[in-house]
Write a protein that binds this ligand. Structure first.
Ligand code: ADP
Ligand code: MG
Length: 262
């Protein structure tokens, strides 16, 4: 088990996945204190699709690192599915991370000499899953993101959008409670970005909770809720009543070179 955790009975959670109270993160750079988060509070329920926006340096990545149990807050509480993760040891934090969180990064972060299916299997290597189950779950995840016919391709044999879909499959393979994505479309052209957002919207329709950082309003337009950070605080937090559907938007976009060639 996880040890040290504070369990709140599921009946008290009411669909609540994340509760954050007065989160503060201060980095020490030599003698200088950098106040990256200055008191952030919010709740996220199961099934939400949140876009986090804000200028460079406003604390978005710091916040995502704490959400993803990659880093601990200086002060404040973070409760994930009833577990107060702020008080856990590094080992316990790593376990929670492995069980509950899937990550997608701007740069895909795939192993280059490793096929799509092996990249997707990676998070399962630390669990007790059998080799056969591992394969099956990786194939299933690749099918969900529409890459069932590319499982043996290497990253350099895939387009940027396909590589990001492999990364999304890798994030899904552990059946996480939440998928965190930090600028997942930052390295993609605009059509491919919308295709990746279509994948996120499909996953969200299946009930997967998504929290995504972007500085592009066009991308945030696909989320159900938009939160804006400024100087380490939440400046705005609203439901997106004019949410766009990626599957619709894509119809009006010109094909990119690769698709044209195909
Ligand atoms: P964003 O992702 O919104 O661009 P960050 O969370 O990366 O913002 O950074 C917030 C602030 O914290 C910035 O002033 C940044 O320079 C600082 N910061 C981020 N990471 C570190 C670190 N490891 N050490 C010191 N300062 C940091
Ligand atoms: Mg950042």
């Amino acid at each position: 088990m996880i040890g040290q955790e504070i369990i709140i009975p599921a009946s008290h959670l009411n669909g609540q996945l994340i509760r954050i109270d007065h989160l503060i993160k201060t980095y020490l750079l030599g003698d200088v204190e950098v106040h990256a988060l200055r008191g952030v509070s919010l709740e996220v329920s199961r099934g939400e699709f949140v876009a986090i926006m804000g200028a460079s340096g406003s604390g978005k990545s710091t916040f995502m690192n704490i959400l993803g149990c990659l880093d601990k807050p200086t002060k404040g509480t973070y409760v994930l599915e009833g577990i107060d993760v702020g008080n856990l040891t590094r080992d316990a934090l790593a376990k929670i991370r492995n069980m509950k969180i899937g990550f997608v990064f701007q740069g895909f972060n795939l192993l280059s000499r490793t096929s799509a299916i092996e990249n997707v299997e990676l998070p399962l290597l630390y669990s007790s899953t059998s080799t056969k189950d591992r394969r099956q779950r990786a194939v299933d995840a690749l099918q969900i993101v529409g890459l069932g016919d590319r499982i043996h391709h290497y990253p350099n044999q895939l387009s940027g959008g396909q590589q990001q879909r492999v990364a999304i499959a890798r994030a899904l393979v552990n059946d996480p409670s939440i998928v965190l994505a930090d600028e997942p479309t930052g390295n993609l052209d605009s059509r491919t970005s919308v295709e990746v957002m279509e994948v996120f919207q499909q996953l969200n329709e299946k009930g997967i909770t998504i929290i995504l950082v972007t500085h592009e309003t066009d991308i945030a337009a696909f989320a159900k809720r938009q939160i804006v950070f400024r100087d380490g605080r939440i400046k705005a937090d609203k439901q997106n009543n004019e949410r766009k559907l990626a599957s619709e938007v894509i119809k009006d976009m010109p094909l990119n070179d690769e698709e044209e060639a195909a």
